[in-house]
Ligand binder design. Structure first.
Ligand SMILES: O=P(O)(O)OC[C@H]1O[C@@H](O)[C@H](O)[C@@H](O)[C@@H]1O
Length: 304
């Protein structure tokens, strides 16, 4: 749909409108008094979220991110589906699946009774997705922009055969200084260590708070539903309440990792951490024909 058609069908006057963004991507700008946010139909991705009165965005987007129809956008909350990380069937393929590369349909935009704005995106299988992943599906992403930000992803198996997925909400959180950031809630959780320096199949158990002074790339298992990122430099706490997920990925590429990624500035390891609500590693989700499964997260900013 073109912008005029999208605005005619879905705009919420004074609150939500569709505009053209970099690379010709379609952006959804929201300003509802509770918060401002920017979403894009490319990948059904949230790119920016700032509650009223808050100066620093919740989310990081790389200045060198690709904004192109066939590329992933590095930042915001990418939707990783139907595989998280490497495709187990074909490890050389793009990581984190194809959902974040597709242009999603907008199905609804509404104002909720509390003044929050709700946007529903949809994606279904087609010939191009069959070539990548031979299954019939409906996917929905629902984003609620209010005093908190919520993102949920629903998968429906629209075929006659069961399928298995891994998936994730790959949130890139903006931070003030990695040396002053701690993740709370992981104490006692076992993790798979995927850092470049770690031996293959390395595992560990988190003791206390998690800080950042080198590359961190860990898949934590059996995590509690709430995690927190405390950021002394920005004097704020990000609370992440996850649903239907017992696995969390924590990632900061550090210096060498940032340098190796063309869509990150060398210094960007100072500007974000990812704390991701996922079903991955041993948490593989099997979806029976006609069954629906969900994963979701609510993000809340609090002052320290
Ligand atoms: O595909 P993106 O957005 O660049 O993210 C890549 C990173 O995503 C993380 O989830 C992984 O733990 C990292 O290993 C990986 O490098």
């Amino acid at each position: 749909m073109d912008l005029d058609a999208l605005n005619a069908a879905f705009d919420l006057p004074g609150v939500l409108r569709f505009v053209e963004g970099r690379g010709g991507l379609t952006l959804i700008e929201i300003d509802n008094g509770l918060a401002r946010a920017t979403l894009t139909t490319h990948g059904a991705q949230v790119l920016s979220y700032r509650p009223a009165g808050v100066r620093d965005d919740l989310l990081f987007v790389s200045k060198r991110a690709y904004f192109a129809p066939d590329r992933e956008i590095k930042g915001g909350v990418p939707i990783c589906w139907p595989w998280f990380g490497r495709d187990p069937a074909e490890p050389e393929r793009i990581i984190h699946g194809f959902a974040r590369l597709r242009d999603w349909s907008v199905l609804a935009c509404e104002t909720r009774p509390d003044g929050a704005t709700w946007v529903r995106f949809g994606l279904a299988d087609e010939a191009e997705t069959h070539a990548l992943w031979p299954h019939y599906f409906n996917l929905w992403v629902e984003v609620t922009v209010g005093a908190t930000l919520s993102v949920s992803l629903t998968t429906r198996n629209a075929g006659d055969e069961p399928f298995a997925i891994t998936q994730g909400l790959h949130a890139y959180f903006s931070i003030g200084d990695p040396a002053q950031v701690r993740v709370l809630g992981l104490d006692g959780c076992r993790y798979l260590d995927k850092a470049a320096e770690a031996p293959p199949d390395a595992v560990g158990v988190q003791s206390g708070l998690l800080g950042f002074e080198a590359e961190v790339n860990r898949i934590y298992e059996s995590v509690p539903p709430s995690l927190m990122i405390e950021d002394e430099a920005l004097q704020r706490r990000i609370r992440i309440d996850s649903r239907h997920s017992r696995t969390a990925v924590v990632w900061n590429p550090w210096i060498a990792g940032a340098r190796s990624m063309p869509d990150l500035d060398d210094e960007d390891y100072r500007h974000f951490v990812c704390v991701e609500t996922v079903n991955a590693a041993s948490e593989v989700i099997r979806v029976a024909p006609q069954q629906e499964v969900r994963i979701g997260a609510e993000y809340r900013l609090e002052s320290l």
